[in-house]
Design a protein around this ligand. Structure first.
Ligand SMILES: *Cc1c(COP(=O)(O)O)cnc(C)c1O
Length: 492
């Protein structure tokens, strides 16, 4: 038996080696998710120093040793996303069903760019996006593609919106000729709380991020429709052209859901593309609160992330289109992958990627294993936990609750005593950093109405109110050692 045989699947020796390595790697991963605290607190320099000097040695150290070393040096210094006090970002503990799918898709290593590299994987992705089209009420002509997440989905949606606008309104083929002479006038409208990838996409699309016009939000952080109307009138007067209206279903900080139905009305009257960024809130469609997404069924495109509230391993998202034909604005044919005369499904013409993982298997297997109810239970649980956390914060004299939760985020501030606003800002920032270094809990920071705020994003259905109380205690504890006077003196 040659060494090569145990380095690849396909022989008994390879299967045996895979079984052993998978077992070893799996145990290492389980250990890394079974820690007292979410993070060791290690600084980047210390982590760098602990890694082997020689990343690429002339002769390898062998697989067992490499796995053990990675477990000790690397996994032990990662953030434990399955820990109940990890509550910073929209970063989920993965379901066991998602992990099982990850094992299957990584070992079989299908690529979704052509049917002859994927077989059933291509068909499964098609079935998955059909199911999602139904879930969001997009109708029979809908279609979709699995993406790396909201960033890619939002980018592609706005690319298609731009190119449809150019073709239908300017009789200009942007795919062939690039930006039209009128490019300076094109605008994308979203709320002031929309995800930064709207502006990033505008930049990548050659429109520049100044082409994104933001609309003020109401008291609940949803796009204010009167302001939207005023903005659209202003753009008309200035001779600008609205290519797309972007509604957000779940803003990153507040979890706010724009009034999608009314946005759809505005987009429709102006013949603008209506994109809904449901990367965060899309999972509500599985729950009894699905009606909070009313209007999403009128979207031209929808972004949804499975690696957030669908609890799938990173990375996994989708872009859904109301009209399958719209993928054509970005489609290309290449003789080697998807020749124009081929009758086989070739998903490459729907994607901005070429080689592409079979990530569709993760939500697919999870849907089959847990059903709608099973996922809804997790979504509803984290939202309930957020409400209970808000109540706890509101009743704690040394904390201020900054907003009622809409989904599973909780915005608050530590206010232990009377202090100038600047000092409170400095204290909250420093306390959060100290907490991360301490490692007992991971919370996020953001800004709310011009002040520094702290945020819990409660992604773990197993997080209890006691865990949240422990997080607040740890925050109080580390905040003790923050010398506010010296922080503001240093800033001054
Ligand atoms: C997370 C998020 C994104 C970005 O998605 P990625 O999956 O991180 O690429 C975009 N929009 C919203 C509303 C999000 O919550």
């Amino acid at each position: 038996m040659s060494d090569l045989e145990e380095r690849f699947l396909g022989t008994d020796a390879g299967a045996e080696a895979y079984r052993d390595a998978a077992e070893r790697a799996r145990e290492a991963a389980i250990d890394a998710t079974d820690t007292d605290d979410p993070f060791s607190g290690a600084e980047p320099d210390a982590i760098r120093a602990s890694l082997p000097e020689d990343v690429l040695p002339e002769s390898g150290i062998g697989l067992d040793a490499a796995i053990d070393e990675a477990a000790a040096d690397i996994l032990a210094e990662t953030v434990n996303v399955s820990h109940p006090r990890t509550a910073a970002h929209l970063h989920c503990p993965p379901t066991v069903s998602g992990l099982a799918a990850e094992t299957m898709l990584s070992a079989t290593n299908q690529s979704l760019d052509s049917f002859d590299q994927s077989g059933a994987a291509t068909v499964v992705e098609e079935r998955l996006v059909e199911t999602l089209g139904d879930l969001f009420g997009l109708g029979d002509g809908s279609d979709g593609v699995v993406t790396s997440g909201g960033t890619q989905s939002n980018f592609q949606a706005l690319l298609l919106a731009r190119d449809r606008y150019c073709e239908e309104r300017l009789d200009h083929d942007a795919q062939a000729a690039g930006l039209p002479p009128q490019a300076d006038d094109l605008r994308i409208v979203c709320s002031a709380e929309a995800h930064f990838t709207a502006e990033q996409s505008a930049h990548h699309l050659g429109l520049g991020h100044d082409a994104v016009v933001t609309v003020e939000t109401d008291a609940d952080h949803r796009m204010d429709v009167d302001e939207l109307d005023a903005t659209l009138d202003r753009l008309d007067e200035a001779g600008n052209e609205v290519v797309a209206v972007v509604g957000t279903a779940g803003t990153t900080d507040f979890g706010a859901i724009d009034p999608l139905d009314r946005l759809a009305d505005r987009a429709r009257t102006r013949d603008a593309w209506f994109h809904v960024d449901a990367a965060f809130g899309g999972a509500l469609a599985l729950t009894d609160d699905a009606d909070r997404l009313a209007g999403i069924e009128r979207a031209d495109s929808v972004s949804v992330d499975f690696h957030k509230l669908f609890f799938q391993p990173i990375s996994c998202g989708a872009l859904l289109l109301d009209e399958r034909e719209a993928f054509g604005y970005a489609a290309r044919n290449d003789d080697y992958l998807n020749p124009a005369d081929s009758a086989l499904p070739n998903l490459v013409s729907k994607s901005t990627q070429t080689t592409r993982r079979f990530d569709a298997l993760k939500p697919y297997l999870t849907f089959r294993a847990l059903g709608r109810e099973g996922i809804a239970e997790a979504v509803e649980t984290v939202c309930t936990t957020a409400n209970r956390a808000a109540t706890l914060l509101d009743s704690s004299p040394d904390f201020a609750l900054l907003a009622e939760p809409s989904l599973n985020t909780v915005l608050f501030r530590y206010e232990p005593r009377e202090m100038a606003d600047d000092d409170l800002d400095a204290l909250n920032t420093a306390a959060r950093e100290a907490l991360f270094r301490d490692g007992r809990a991971v919370v996020a920071r953001t800004e709310v109405d011009g002040v520094e705020a702290l945020k819990l994003t409660l992604m773990n259905p197993l997080t209890t109110l006691d865990d949240i109380a422990d997080t607040l205690d740890a925050l109080r504890d580390v905040a003790e050692s923050v010398d506010v006077g010296s922080l503001t003196a240093r800033d001054a």
